[in-house]
Design a binder for this molecule. Sequence first.
Ligand code: AMP
Length: 171
Amino acid sequence: MESIKRLIRDIPDFPKPGIIFKDITPILGDPAAMARITGAFEKEFDAAKPTRIVGIESRGFIFGALLAQQLNLPFTPVRKPGKLPYDKISVSYTLEYGEGTLEMHSDGVGRDDRVLVIDDLLATGGTAAAACELVAKVGAQVSGIGFVIELGFLEGRKRLEGHNIVSLVSF
Ligand code: AMP
């Protein structure tokens, strides 16, 4: 995964001072890298036997939808508030500063589903934990959580304890 790491660009002070933003757009511009990422998730989560992929807005849509296509599984988006048009459920969670909310269509996941939650990056883990909570709300099981990038120093794994977590590149 060193070749993937080289395609991740550090943008200092974006979107606000003090944050080093991990820009994955060079990965999106490299079809072979996208295939390697999808293949790695496929292999890592083979034993998890997922029945559905949940992708977190917005970069989780890209990697999640690609994986869903590869595995021939349905894809469900988890979105920021006010974006989904149909009947929905929501979960609020604490961010570093303030509060965030995520939403999912109430029929987005079935209670018998084994769900793989996919996002581009694990930082504090609050976003992924909220997505898992949405899945749990409908009575389904989270069979794994996959990230392209993990910022290990933020210890997001602690917030997701008990889950089968895979990250492909760590900083
Ligand atoms: P967290 O809830 O703290 O784990 O934050 C994860 C979410 O915020 C993911 O959806 C990421 O896309 C985004 N994110 C957080 N920190 C960064 C960063 N340094 N670079 C890029 N995206 C980030």
